[in-house]
Ligand binder design. Structure first.
Ligand code: DAH
Length: 351
């Protein structure tokens, strides 16, 4: 092959290479075309191999042509490859992309449980009156839960409550507290009067659950001990609470009742917030029985080391579940435990 024939091959192959590169529709076709034009056995390489047969001047001249043609071809294939790769990336981005114009998924904010709402409301009322909040242990001993509250071992008041004992070696007579009243005893043991406290918390009873009873429920206990505390103070305090919970027009009535740790003891009713005492579906006869109360029994004061000749006090204990049912019209106490979101969502934004 003479120099001109070689140059002709190089020029032809360059042209053919550009055509093939243009015609390729994907990376594989492009690679095949590149091998066909620039491969070791392609006409281009075959012609190049014969450069050695030319004289020195010719070889330099033709070699230069060959190099330029090869470089141009290489550039053509590189450009084409880059174009295919960019295309593939675009396609991937398009299929994998995040559509920022889609509406977001709204996070579901939680809300306070109705029992917590009521507990806060009661506690806040008393904190505004200057009371302190104390919490007692849920596992109590027999003395704090019963004996100090004037409920000796053979007392019939135990019968309905005292079955949930806890077996811990070395600690006889431990039980899940049956009422928050035990917190009264712990408070009095820890300090001297004046005492103005509220104590919310969980209590346990031997009880079969039904629409108005639970074996685990909540109470708020209140205790006041000071110089010259009277039954009128109790009634006034109850009125403040009833009005704060159920509306400014509520009236409070007290009827005789027996609790071993108070004397006299009282059952406290509040005029119905729905019918204002007329009688309706919520209350029946116009009054809602809400809680137990009374003047702290002198023996209880003495049990805690107080001088019952000097100090008097009042106490009451109220079930939180019952208040929640009344306030929010909840028909079954067990709904408070079920954790059904459809139920709980209704209390969003209540407080
Ligand atoms: N502890 C009583 C109960 O669970 C409620 C109660 C009644 C508490 C009278 C008191 C009280 O402090 O004076 O049924």
């Amino acid at each position: 092959m003479d120099a001109d024939a070689m140059i002709a091959v190089f020029m032809r192959e360059q042209e053919r290479g550009v055509e093939l590169a243009d015609a390729a529709t994907n990376l594989e076709e492009l690679e095949a075309a590149r091998t066909a034009v620039l491969g070791r056995k392609a006409p281009f390489a075959e012609a190049q191999k014969q450069l050695g047969s030319l004289g020195e001047d010719e070889r330099r001249r033709v070699g230069q042509v060959a190099n330029e043609a090869r470089r141009a071809l290489q550039a053509t294939f590189d450009d084409r490859r880059a174009a295919f790769e960019a295309q593939a990336e675009d396609a991937l981005l398009a299929s994998d992309g995040v559509d920022l114009s889609l509406p977001g998924r709204r996070p579901r904010p939680g809300s306070l449980h109705p029992l917590t709402l009521v507990e806060h409301e009661v506690v806040d009322t008393f904190v505004r009156l200057g009371f302190r909040v104390v919490e007692g242990p849920e596992i109590e001993d027999d003395w704090h839960n019963f004996q100090a509250l004037n409920i000796p071992p053979d007392h019939p008041a135990r019968t309905m409550k005292d079955s949930l004992y806890v077996a811990i070696p070395g600690h006889p007579e431990l039980l899940l507290r049956t009422e928050t009243s035990a917190a009264q005893i712990r408070t009095m043991q820890a300090q001297q009067p004046p005492i103005y406290i509220v104590s919310p918390g969980r209590v346990y009873r031997r009880e079969t659950s039904d629409a108005t009873h639970l074996a685990v429920f909540h109470q708020v206990e209140c205790l006041v001990v000071d110089d010259g505390i009277t039954f009128a103070d109790l009634k006034g305090t109850l009125e403040v609470m009833a009005r704060s919970l159920f509306g400014a027009n509520r009236r409070v009535r007290l009827g005789p009742a027996y609790f071993p740790f108070v004397e006299p003891g009282a059952e406290v009713g509040v005029s119905c917030f729905r019918c204002d005492g007329v009688g309706c579906r919520v209350c029946g006869n116009g009054w809602i029985e809400l809680l137990g109360a009374g003047m702290v029994h002198p023996q209880v004061l003495e049990n805690c080391g107080y001088d019952s000749e000097r100090y008097t006090g009042f106490a009451f204990g109220m079930g939180i579940e019952r208040v929640a049912m009344l306030k929010y019209g909840i028909p079954d106490m067990r709904m408070l435990l079920e954790g059904d979101v459809r139920f709980l969502r209704q209390f969003q934004g209540v407080a």
